[in-house]
Structures are given as structure tokens and as C-alpha cells.
Write a protein that binds this ligand. Structure first.
Ligand code: BG6
Length: 487
């Protein structure tokens, strides 16, 4: 891997402390670092290099997954870090940052390969990118890359504007848009499950599949993020990005080859075939909900409107369920159901493929109801693949569902951020969101945003600790299905 400079904007923030520093350290511990690396942490606070190194050390001791038992190696890792105090609005600060980057490149004999990681508030994304260009930081003899966190815009228009600004300073191939769900091992595994198994591949179409369900239920509430979350809601926070990315990964067709371009092309095609929603129809296909108080793990918790920082009249969605249709020859007639919400009964991210129950016809004279075959892919917190089949119970001769289960109980699996940063080091953008995917996702979501803001879709309440509003269950019951989580 080529030697490089890694510039981290927002280095004193929460994400850097919890995820980015530990990810860098774990890559280092697993010999997955570039040969030589200069890490420049940038932040608003006043700090010396040794203050920064102490701060990074503390973050590793608290959040690193690998044990830190070799002080010499740790010191060697920390030695790569320098700090640059910085105000994003001052061009002279970019120039001193550039001087420091260049000075370290000379000291360490590193070519001018520069990776800029924006772990900052979204209001700074384009400002920093444009100033990287303006100050000459981005004029390198080697390559340059930009890693950018979510949210990528708050609607279609703002996302387009942001992208137009970013692409004044970086080419699309240089932009790595993080969606941490794409870094999850089971999400990365979807492609292998579907395409490396001819047995499943043969069934992966509308002749055999009755419906597909993608759930991300969370037990946490709004926590300390009221300011952000109350403006974003489940629709922007989870649905537009993570949920639609999982949809693309599940529904994409076999690529010509396993390469970033081919996979992202197939993902884009899924979004292009997604049947657009008309604003007037949003209420028929989308359920929005907000949690009320309830019991979670034996403890009474606040409703959303009583959460600190949330206005008592907020109409924000903390739950979304939707029915989607992909109008192409593989999926036509197969509904996709997506739901995500906070303060639900359990933490579970999973994809369930329900196969058609053609066996019932055969057994109807016996009065036997055969359960559908299911393929259950659990993404988080457990990583499992389960195939539910039917089999006769030898004791009573009744046909019952049985489960064939694979559990990935590997210890020390790299975390999403480790995988993604490693990919970005190597210039592999397969598991980063391409602009086209992001834009098409916003295009699909925009009528929902409009309908919500006009108040034309009722906000349903659901009790904390439940599986969401009853209307989300009716969405499936109306057509004879049910969610395969809340049994
Ligand atoms: C983040 C959202 O992107 O994903 C959070 O902003 C959410 O609101 C989180 O809790 C869920 O991630 P995970 O990895 O815990 O499923």
C-alpha cells in the first residue's frame, strides 16, 4: 500500500474518539497500514502534539477492540500523529496546515498522496473541500482522496448543491462517501450469498420470492442528539441512506465482475427501477411513527416528546415503514418492505427473504399449513444466516419448520470503520456510496419529505418497547404477509 498523509478534520469530535482512532490503531496492529503514514489531526481546540498523542492513547484504551499490551509499538503508532489547530473559515489556517503536511512529507520521505477525512458537521463539508483546493493542499503530485461522513444533504436539492460544490475540488472517483452499513460484514456478504451460491442464485427472482423485508430496529431513543435528530428523523437518519443501501445490496443483479464499478452500476440500476412514489400516494405506502413512553427492559422510558431538547409539539418521525416495488424483470410483483425505528423492542438489523408457499397446494387435503421457507440474514448485533425449511417431526409426523443456521462467531472481526478506512487506503470504493446512488435515493425519498412536511401523512404513535405502530403491521397483513421478527 502506498505511503500517504491522512488528514483528519474534526479530530476532537466523538466519531474520531470512538471509531476513527481505534480503527487506525487496529489497522496498524494488523499490519494493514500504508508503509509510511503521516497523520495530521485537525481541530478547533488548542493542543500540542503531545496533548494530541495522549488524547489518542486514551481513546484507544477506551474504545480499541485489540488489546494494547505493547507500549513500544503503541509509542511508534502515536509518533505518526501531529496536531494542527484550525478554523475552517480561515484560509490562512489551511496554508499552515499545508506547510505542516509538506514538512512531514519531507521528513518521512512520503510521496504527495493525501487523504482528507471530514469528520465534521455537514455545514463544513463544502467549505473545507473548496478551501483544500484554494489553499493548494489538494494540488498534489500523487493522488488525493476525500472521505466524507453523512449526512449527505438533507433533501434532494441540498444534496445536489453539496455535490456540485465538492466536485469543484474533487473528482467523483476521489470522493468516498461513508455509509457505515456498507462496512458491516454481513452487508458485504450479501453479494457472496447471492452470487457465490448457485443454489440461492437460482431462487433469487420473482418466480420464487414472495416478499423481502429489511428491518433495522433499535432500542435506543434520541439520546443526546435532539438538535440533529429532530430535524432529520428516521427518514433522513436511517432510511434514505442505510436502509436503501441494504435494499440495493439485496436486490442488485449479478455484476459482470466483482469490481467497484460493476457492483455500483448494478446498485444504481436497482434505484433506477424503483417505482417512484407520488406525493399523493405516500400515505398508502409509507407509515410514519413516533414513540410514546413505555417499558424497556423493565424500566419506564420517556416518550419522544418528553425527551430533553425535543419540542412538545414535534411531528418528527422516529419510525418509518414502507412498501417499495422494483419494476424490472427480476423483481416485478415482489414487494420489498422496509422499516426502521428507535425505542423498539429489540436491536436487530436483518433481511428476510420469504419464499412463495407453493407447497400448501399439495398439502391442503391433509389440512396441513406449511410454513414458508425463509432466508434470514442477521446483520446486527448477531451475524447469522438461517434457512428455514420444512421437515416431518419423527415423533408425531407433523410438518414443522426447521432452521439451518450459520453463525459467524469469529472473534476479532474488523469493525465497519476499519474495513472502510482500509478500503479507502487501497483506493477501493466498492463499499462507499456513489453520487448516483445517493442522488437516486434522495429522488425517491423527496415526495415523502414533501408529504410529511405538508402534514398529509398521519403520524402514528407506538409504545416504547413495541415493534412499531399497528399500521406498519397492517401494511403487510392487508396482503397476507407479516413481519418476520415480532413473532
Ligand atoms: C447512525 C444513525 O447512522 O446509525 C443513528 O445516525 C443510528 O441514529 C445508527 O443509531 C445505527 O447504527 P448501528 O450500526 O448501531 O445499526
Amino acid at each position: 500500500m502506498e505511503s500517504m498523509t491522512f488528514v483528519l478534520f474534526g479530530s476532537t469530535g466523538d466519531l474520531a474518539k470512538r471509531k476513527i482512532f481505534p480503527a487506525l490503531y487496529n489497522l496498524y496492529a494488523n499490519q494493514k497500514m500504508p508503509q509510511k503514514i503521516s497523520i495530521i489531526a485537525v481541530g478547533r481546540k488548542e493542543m500540542s502534539d503531545s496533548d494530541l498523542q495522549a488524547y489518542v492513547k486514551q481513546s484507544l484504551q477506551t474504545f480499541s477492540r485489540s488489546i494494547i499490551d505493547d507500549e513500544t509499538r503503541l509509542a511508534d503508532f502515536l509518533d505518526a500523529f501531529r496536531y494542527s489547530r484550525f478554523d475552517a473559515t480561515k484560509i490562512e489556517d489551511y496554508q499552515s496546515l499545508r506547510d505542516l503536511v509538506e514538512q512531514r512529507e519531507k521528513e518521512l520521505h512520503i510521496p504527495e498522496n493525501r487523504m482528507f477525512y471530514l469528520s465534521v458537521g455537514p455545514e463544513f463539508f463544502d467549505l473545507i473541500a473548496l478551501n483544500i483546493k484554494e489553499s493548494g493542499l489538494g494540488s498534489t503530485k500523487g493522488w488525493k482522496r476525500l472521505i466524507i461522513e453523512k449526512p449527505f444533504g438533507h433533501d434532494l436539492e441540498s444534496a445536489r448543491l453539496l455535490n456540485a460544490n465538492l466536485t469543484k475540488a474533487f473528482e467523483e472517483e476521489e470522493i468516498y462517501r461513508i455509509d457505515h452499513y456498507l462496512g458491516k460484514p454481513m452487508v458485504q456478504n450479501l453479494e457472496a450469498l447471492a452470487f457465490a451460491n448457485p443454489v440461492l442464485q437460482a431462487l433469487w427472482n420473482n418466480e420464487n420470492i414472495a416478499n423481502v423485508q429489511i428491518t433495522a430496529s433499535e432500542t435506543v431513543g434520541v439520546e443526546e442528539r435532539a438538535g440533529y435528530y429532530d430535524k432529520s428523523g428516521a427518514l433522513r437518519d436511517m432510511f434514505q441512506n442505510h436502509m436503501l443501501q441494504m435494499l440495493m445490496m439485496t436486490a442488485m443483479q449479478k455484476p459482470n465482475k466483482i469490481s467497484a464499478n460493476d457492483i455500483r452500476n448494478e446498485k444504481r440500476k436497482v434505484m433506477e427501477s424503483l417505482r417512484p412514489l407520488k406525493k399523493e400516494d405516500v400515505g398508502l405506502q409509507v407509515i410514519r411513527g413516533q414513540y410514546t413512553s413505555g417499558e424497556m427492559n423493565g424500566k419506564q422510558v420517556n416518550g419522544y416528546l418528553d425527551e430533553p431538547g425535543i419540542h412538545s409539539t414535534s411531528m418528527n418521525d422516529t419510525f418509518i415503514a414502507a412498501e417499495l416495488w422494483i419494476d424490472n424483470s427480476f423483481w416485478s410483483g415482489v414487494p420489498f418492505y422496509i422499516r426502521t425505528g428507535k425505542r423498539m423492542k429489540e436491536k436487530s438489523t436483518r433481511i428476510v427473504i420469504e419464499f412463495k408457499d407453493s407447497a400448501n397446494e399439495l398439502y391442503k387435503d391433509q389440512n396441513v399449513k406449511v410454513a414458508p421457507n425463509l432466508l434470514i440474514i442477521e446483520i446486527n448485533p448477531n451475524e447469522n444466516v438461517t434457512l428455514q425449511l420444512n421437515s416431518k417431526n419423527p415423533l408425531n409426523g407433523e410438518i414443522e419448520p426447521i432452521k439451518m443456521n450459520f453463525t459467524s462467531n469469529q472473534k476479532d472481526v474488523p469493525e465497519a470503520y476499519e474495513r472502510l478506512i482500509y478500503d479507502a487506503f487501497r483506493g477501493d470504493s466498492t463499499f462507499f456510496a456513489h453520487w448516483k446512488e445517493v442522488e437516486l435515493a434522495w429522488e425517491w425519498v423527496q415526495p415523502i419529505i414533501d408529504a410529511f412536511s405538508e402534514g398529509s401523512v398521519p403520524l402514528m404513535q407506538y409504545e416504547s418497547g413495541s415493534y412499531g405502530p399497528k399500521e406498519a403491521h397492517q401494511l403487510l397483513q392487508n396482503v397476507g404477509f407479516k413481519w418476520w421478527l415480532d413473532e
